[in-house]
Design a protein around this ligand. Structure first.
Ligand code: ADP
Length: 359
């Protein structure tokens, strides 16, 4: 049972607050992804958990024991980084087995553990090769194997796949997810790539400027972003924002009244965020009383397509419905899936709906 907790963990470098009092709790076997823009403090957080960096203040607790003073080896976490560091003159077998041999594990057990790890990672046929004879993806698999072979307490990874090409990255993500579930090993994974985070995580911790913004399931991060930063950061294409005003049971979106809107409990809302799939369109009539946008471009993305539209000098992105016969220059009247959109107050925090309004 490994339960890990960060308690107001903080790191300052001179006048930079790299990690700003981050508190979170990790369940045994959980896959947590630290996600955020470059420089937001993800790596520093991971390095403090690993013991590679001292915390300025706050605690790291493993099964309720504070480990701040323990060395990385004492903490017994496995680490994998973007830069693979294998011993170049040792075979793959010797690379993977090195932590076991260092720990004095007997030869037959070493052989058995290396072989089963290699099988999980689909590198059994590479055990006799040198690292120089492997592709980037194979090298990263070996690094993962070496990290996991000694069955560490937790697995920490910092952008391990970001140097690989897209196809290989997707494959390794899938393999890592399977492996992590099979081993049921508590895992913290750092990335700036939201799609990678969505695929891997049980929960995502979104950070910005050293602060934890939200920690939740991928679905909730996407559907119910806690604030405007998360709403804007998550999703590709990004959210569409509108100014709103609520009163008399009517919602005004960019000044236009939408009677059908189910207005959340608070009158404090000032903005609304709609995902491309939350905007519904119809050909606009000449004197339409809804918001009307003009299609600039129909953007193909493979299985889906988007309308890139202009509305009062700004751009909107709307998911194209299968049967929509829309071309550039068309005028579209906008409606919204008001159960799916999110509302924010003037501090940028999401405003919860009244409970009966929740789907
Ligand atoms: P991320 O992993 O999210 O890209 P980092 O954790 O690497 O971000 O960095 C967070 C902040 O701390 C950045 O502003 C970075 O410049 C700063 N920082 C990181 N390491 C050091 C260091 N060794 N010395 C000074 N500043 C650092």
């Amino acid at each position: 049972m490994v339960h890990t907790e960060l308690r107001e963990l903080r790191k300052e470098y001179d006048d930079v607050v790299a990690v700003d009092d981050v508190s979170l709790s990790l369940d045994d076997g959980e896959f947590l992804v630290l996600l955020g823009p470059s420089g937001c403090g993800k790596s520093t957080t991971l390095r403090m958990i690993a013991g590679l960096e001292d915390a300025t203040s706050g605690e790291i607790a493993v099964d309720d024991e504070v480990v701040n003073e323990q060395s990385p080896a004492e903490r017994d976490f496995a680490l994998v980084f973007q830069q693979v560091a294998l011993y170049p003159h040792m075979s793959v077998f010797d690379n993977i087995s090195s932590p076991l041999r260092a720990a004095g594990v007997d030869k037959p057990t070493v052989k058995e553990r290396v072989e089963s790890t290699a099988e999980l990672l689909d590198i059994s046929e590479l055990l006799e090769r040198d690292p120089g004879e492997l592709s980037g993806g194979q090298q990263q698999r070996v690094a993962i194997g070496r990290a996991l072979v000694r069955e560490p307490k937790a697995f920490l990874l910092d952008e391990p796949f970001s140097k690989l090409d897209q196809k290989l990255r997707i494959q390794l993500q899938k393999e890592l997810k399977q492996l992590q579930e099979e081993m049921n090993i508590t895992t913290v994974f750092v990335t700036h790539d939201q799609e990678e985070a969505m695929v891997l995580a049980d929960r995502i911790a979104v950070m910005d400027a050293g602060e934890l913004q939200q920690i939740d399931t991928p679905e909730n991060i996407y559907r119910k972003p806690r604030n405007r930063f998360v709403a804007d950061f998550i999703g590709n294409p990004t959210m569409n924002f509108f100014e709103v005003e609520a009163g008399d049971g009517t919602l005004h979106v960019d000044g236009v009244a939408y009677e059908s809107a189910d207005v959340p409990g608070s009158a404090d809302i000032i903005s609304m965020a709609a995902r491309p799939e939350d905007i519904l369109v119809e050909p606009a009539e000449t004197d339409d009383d809804r918001l009307v946008a003009t299609v600039d471009l129909v953007e193909m993305r493979g299985s889906t397509a988007y309308f890139i539209c202009q509305l009062d000098g700004r751009e909107l992105t709307i998911l194209k419905e299968d049967n929509a016969a829309v071309t550039e220059g068309d005028r579209l009247a906008l409606d919204f899936d008001f159960d799916a959109v999110n509302f924010f107050d003037e501090t940028g925090e999401r405003v919860e709906r009244a409970p009966e309004a929740e789907a």
